[in-house]
Design a protein around this ligand. Structure first.
Ligand code: ADP
Ligand code: MG
Length: 695
């Protein structure tokens, strides 16, 4: 296969634009993309006409404004290119106006009350910084989704705003270093984990179908303990899926690069090459969609839930994040000259300060019903946000803070902006995989994200909070007498005031929980505890200051997220109750009946037969049946009482503390039953059946 020939073949990318647009329109469009200049209608019209011709040549009949509402998945409304012509015929048409703006009937997307019901319309606006592409014979135009009042109803709008904020502040810092760069871009490379299971076992599990995860299931005899799956040989069927997936992603211009098996059976990972945060977000949404579709073509189902199986590692997403100038300088790459080092340490300090000051915001960015099962469960970082720097960098920063030489490596004296610091090699301890937020040589890796999440949220927050640190640094630097000594002072202050956020040890250990508490770090264990912090006054202020969210947007978003949490748990609870009543309990009852009958039959045959063990077994089954029955009743009651609560925060807490607790309790009895009820009687595929379903 010629990768270069198929790569981007379904994308209206730079090469296509160059070829199909007039020179002046092309250069205006590039200016608009690179410098955030607005577009005139005449440019839009020419671009639209070229896009339409290109799309029709590639077999398209429709176009759509592709956007990312608050549901976390993408939305699209397809319109045909046709327009009625005289004599009953049609002509194909696609105007500049249609390219720039769409008006989907938006009343059914979550808005948290932002879009009053009398004004149900929202509009989508073309985002020219992300290329249009073809999917299912439809020209898809990446768009932002706003209300008529201009409030963001989606994830792209605030992401673009946050990228503008960080561009502004980072350039402000760079100017102080004498560098006049045209643009600084937040760059992101998201690693995506997923499970692949056979369609047949999936079809047998209502819980997977309705909720994406299993709500019951006893541990299989073989799980991940042999550690034979991680980086193991990829099964033929999976490998065929992966090849197909790569091809589809490449056609869409997605830099799918690394693929391998993950820790759990049936678990895999895909990592793309990093790109701008905006494009990375679009591409990650597309990647998840293409994964599901490709799996279906191979008779499999791709599970993107954060925790599909209890007792088996769940799936996460690692958000690798850095800042890059338009000339390609990575601002988190330690330089080799004293000036570059000072600049690097300043940007590093900005991240440290931001993460410490806004731990709670970062925590909210990864809060979801599904992710609650992963964080802190010994397979993913705990709910406590901390930074891993590695011993070397940590040592250097602390030496600066304490005005002493850094002695670990010969010839290495640290004095910001004067002595040459070593070009820090990727730290050997960088294999610490337990940290939620790790510096990995030239970028930070935010590892708390669940596999399902849109990466927009975490990157909106990262960009915003780092912008805030940078703007505070700029204020100090702009009024400083001596630039380099102020840089040094800022680094020192950061280590002194925010050093508590740095932790290089094992984040999975219980000791860390105790230590983090001593350090006064947030430990927001669950989603209902974390989410309300999104609208804490200081968080609203930082969003407003950098024009990422208005107060109203923050408040409504908090509501949408809490509501989403409640709905997710509600659906899970109803699904579990239904499975128990309609499938599990009847199956157990049949088994008990069959078991009792065979004992009675034996008794008929041999009157003095010893049936002690049968009686024992029968009473165990009966006791567990009773536990499951009562547990189901309690679950029903918990659902009912929670449904009645009106206030969202209290409702979410009740889902966490009552409904989920009831779900866990009834599961205990059910899983025990699964391990003793005859397999022919058990009505759903077991963990073993599911995890080893792809041969
Ligand atoms: P690991 O498995 O060790 O975490 P991978 O190589 O699988 O690492 O993934 C690293 C990810 O980080 C890739 O998506 C890569 O493109 C991305 N990355 C590398 N450099 C940067 C950068 N400067 N900004 C953002 N992401 C980056
Ligand atoms: Mg990683």
């Amino acid at each position: 296969m010629d990768v270069t020939a198929i790569f981007g073949s379904m994308v209206f990318n730079d090469a296509v634009m160059k070829q199909r647009l007039s020179k002046s329109t092309y250069s205006d469009l590039i200016k608009c993309i690179e410098e955030d200049k607005s577009l005139t209608m005449s440019i839009a019209s020419e671009v639209a006409a070229a896009m339409k011709d290109w799309a029709i040549e590639h077999g398209c009949t429709h176009f759509c404004h592709w956007f990312q509402p608050m549901t976390g998945v993408t939305a699209e409304k397809h319109d045909a290119f046709i327009s009625p012509a005289k004599g009953g015929g049609v002509i194909t048409e696609f105007s500049g106006k249609e390219l720039i703006k769409g008006e989907p009937d938006a009343s059914s997307f979550p808005s948290g009350g932002l879009r009053a019901t009398f004004e149900a319309r929202g509009y989508t606006a073309w985002d020219p910084t992300s290329y249009a592409f073809i999917k299912d014979a439809t020209l898809c135009i990446p768009t932002a989704f706003c209300s008529y009042g201009g409030q963001a109803l989606d994830k792209k709008t605030p992401l673009l705003r946050s990228m503008q904020a960080i561009d502004l502040q980072a350039r402000r810092v760079l100017r102080l270093f004498g560098k006049n760069v045209a643009k600084v871009t937040a760059t992101v490379g998201p690693e995506q984990e997923y499970f692949l299971i056979d369609q047949n076992v999936y079809a047998g599990r209502k819980d997977l179908i309705y909720t994406g995860r299993t709500l019951i299931g006893a541990p299989p005899p073989k799980g991940q303990e042999m550690e034979d799956h991680y980086f193991g040989v990829i099964k033929t069927r999976v490998s065929e899926f992966m090849k197909d997936l790569d091809t589809e992603l490449w056609k869409l211009g997605i830099y799918a690069k690394t693929k391998h098996n993950e820790v759990a059976p049936a678990q895999h990972e895909l990592a793309p090459v990093f790109t701008s945060a905006n494009i990375a977000t679009d591409h990650n949404q597309l990647t998840m969609e293409v994964m599901k579709k490709t799996a279906a073509r191979h008779g499999m189902v791709c599970l993107l839930h954060e925790k599909p199986f209890k007792g088996v590692n769940g799936s996460g997403k690692h958000d690798n994040w850095s800042l890059s100038t338009d000339s390609g300088e990575n601002l988190l790459d330690p330089g080799s000259t004293p000036e570059d080092n000072a600049q690097f340490l300043l940007f590093l300090s900005a991240v440290i300060k931001a993460v410490d000051e806004y731990q709670d915001l970062l925590r909210t960015a990864v809060a979801s019903a599904g992710n609650d099962h992963r964080l802190g469960a010994g397979e993913a970082p705990p709910a406590i946000v901390s930074i891993f720097l590695g011993e070397e960098l940590d040592g250097i920063l602390r030496a600066i803070a304490e005005d002493r030489p850094y002695s670990k490596r010969a010839g290495c004296e640290v004095e910001v902006g004067v002595k040459v610091l070593p070009h820090f090699p990727k730290d050997t301890t960088d294999r610490n995989r337990t940290s939620p937020f790790a510096f990995t040589g030239n970028k930070f890796e935010f590892r708390m994200l669940g596999s399902n999440a849109s990466i927009a949220g975490p990157n909106i927050i990262l960009n915003t909070i780092v912008s805030e640190s940078l703007s505070q640094f700029c204020e100090r630097l702009e009024s400083a007498d001596d630039f380099i000594s102020e840089v040094t002072a800022i680094i020192k202050d950061t280590v002194i005031n925010h050093g508590r956020i740095i932790f290089n040890g094992n984040n999975y250990s219980d000791k860390w929980l105790v230590e983090a508490k001593k350090r006064g770090l947030h430990n927001l264990a669950s989603t209902p505890e974390a989410l309300p912090h999104f609208k804490d006054e200081r968080n609203i202020e930082v969003f407003e200051k950098h024009r990422v969210f208005t107060r109203e947007e923050v408040i409504t978003r908090t509501e949408i997220m809490l509501d989403n949490y409640c709905k997710s748990v509600h659906i899970e609870a109803l699904t579990l109750a239904e499975m128990l009543k309609q499938d599990i309990m009847p199956a157990v009852s049949s088994y008990i009946g069959a078991f009792a009958k065979s004992a009675c039959d034996a008794k008929k045959l041999i009157q003095d037969i010893d049936l002690t063990v049968q009686q024992e077994q029968l009473s165990t089954l009966n006791k567990l049946y009773a536990d499951a029955y009562r547990g189901t009743q309690e679950l029903d009651n918990a659902i009912k009482s929670t449904e009645k609560i009106v206030e969202l925060e209290a409702k979410a807490l009740s889902y966490r503390n009552k409904v989920i607790v009831a779900m866990e309790q009834v599961r205990e009895a059910t899983d025990k039953l699964e391990s003793i009820v005859g397999s022919k009687f058990w009505p759903v595929p077991t963990y073993g059946d599911i995890l080893f379903s792809v041969k």
